[in-house]
Design a binder for this molecule. Structure first.
Ligand SMILES: Cc1cc2nc3c(=O)[nH]c(=O)nc-3n(C[C@H](O)[C@H](O)[C@H](O)COP(=O)(O)OP(=O)(O)OC[C@H]3O[C@@H](n4cnc5c(N)ncnc54)[C@H](O)[C@@H]3O)c2cc1C
Length: 340
């Protein structure tokens, strides 16, 4: 039996599993189904590995429901504090006796610091920040084929590693989390035999009041301002769009160009180097539709774009195309809501 292992991540405040872990498990399950279609005799087991002092039953059940066949808890109270080296070494110790063919890590702050430590020790490659993943057949062999944007260019690259395990980090909100499978599975507790000395010591931890981030994860409606709103060289229309988002209970977002021109704060940036959004409704005001922006919003359910250029790239990804002056649309909407 082959195996896809998902490196699971918990919120250490309450030991709740974070959304991206469920997204990766659901994707892994889909990959397993896809692999079987390509090669009848191939069966992938989906394993989720957590490093923590405990896991509550409800969270374990949710893990099975999202697609895991087996949940592993690498257990010790030392894991109540996150140290990347200790986490990586604990994972490696478990992995030595429980190898996998594919390992998926969340591309979060913590996942990104553990993944390269693990893959360097395993002497294998790591494809970072993937936006798609599939299995392909090459020379009658089944291969894991993750895709990621190439640096600085507008191309997407599918990267095949030469050596197993095939490892990738995947950003939050790229794949859908689904809780559609059985809530039963195999649960294993693994007590690590050894630890390695951590050279960094945690002196104090301070809660980030979240002022520097915007949580797009549960946004129903996102209003995104692009450089097209900057026509008269002021940030007037970005302020207006923010107002509109407040009264319509939606989230304000922006493109990188707008951020680079210091028109809005970088916390609002959507795209490959900003946040990912999976809104029910995403409205782009004066956004051209560069691939790096599309990466961060293409999974939204309904996409509406307002652009003066009827051939704008964004329209290729839109359910509704409005060829119009986005500033006028904003003014009309503010008038409609009677907002000055
Ligand atoms: C490595 C790398 C990473 C990147 N990451 C990101 C990222 O995370 N997010 C991101 O957004 N970008 C990212 N970019 C930048 C990206 O390539 C584009 O430059 C950027 O998305 C363009 O922003 P824009 O659509 O606002 O501006 P533009 O491309 O200038 O488009 C403005 C649009 O507004 C339209 N317009 C003009 N006037 C009006 C009007 N009055 N009403 C309606 N429409 C109007 C124009 O027709 C045009 O289509 C990245 C680039 C690189 C190289």
């Amino acid at each position: 039996m082959k195996k896809i292992t998902v490196y699971g991540e918990l919120n250490l405040e309450n030991n709740q599993i974070n959304d991206v872990t469920f997204e990766l498990i659901s994707k892994a399950k889909k990959l397993a189904v896809e692999a079987k279609k390509l090669k009848q005799d191939i069966n992938y087991q989906i394993e989720a590995v957590f490093i923590a002092s405990y896991l509550v039953d409800d969270e374990i059940k949710k893990t099975y429901k999202s697609g895991a066949d087996r949940v592993v808890l690498i257990k010790d109270s030392v894991f109540d504090i996150f140290y990347s080296t200790i986490y990586a070494n604990a994972f490696l110790e478990y992995y030595k006796n429980n190898p996998a063919d594919v390992i998926l890590f969340p591309a979060t702050l913590k996942g990104r610091s553990v993944a390269p430590r693990v893959t360097a020790q395993l002497d294998t490659g790591l494809v970072a920040d993937c936006t798609e993943a599939e299995f392909i057949i090459k020379n009658e062999e089944i291969l894991f084929a993750p895709t990621r944007p190439t640096f600085g260019s507008e191309l997407m690259a599918t990267i095949l590693s030469k050596k197993a395990p095939f490892c990738a980090t995947i950003r939050p909100n790229i794949f859908k989390k689904e809780f559609i499978y059985s809530d039963n599975g195999e649960f294993v507790e693994y007590i690590p035999a050894s630890y390695y000395e951590e050279r960094i010591k945690l002196v104090r931890s301070i809660l980030d009041k979240n002022e520097n981030t915007v949580d797009f994860s549960n946004a129903n409606v996102v209003l995104c301002g692009g450089y097209g709103l900057y026509g008269d060289k002021s940030d007037e229309y970005f302020i207006k769009l923010k107002k509109l988002s407040k009264i319509t209970d939606s989230k304000f977002g922006a493109t990188r160009k707008v951020v680079d021109f210091n028109l809005v704060d970088s916390k609002y940036q959507i795209g490959q180097t900003g946040s990912n959004v999976e809104a029910k409704l995403y409205i782009a005001f004066g956004v051209s539709g560069a691939i790096q922006h599309i990466q961060g919003m293409k999974n939204s359910k309904t996409i509406v774009a307002i652009n003066t250029d009827e051939n704008a790239e964004i329209f290729k990804y839109s359910d509704y195309k409005i060829v119009a002056d986005a500033k006028k649309v904003i003014d009309d909407l503010l008038n409609y809501f009677n907002i000055k």
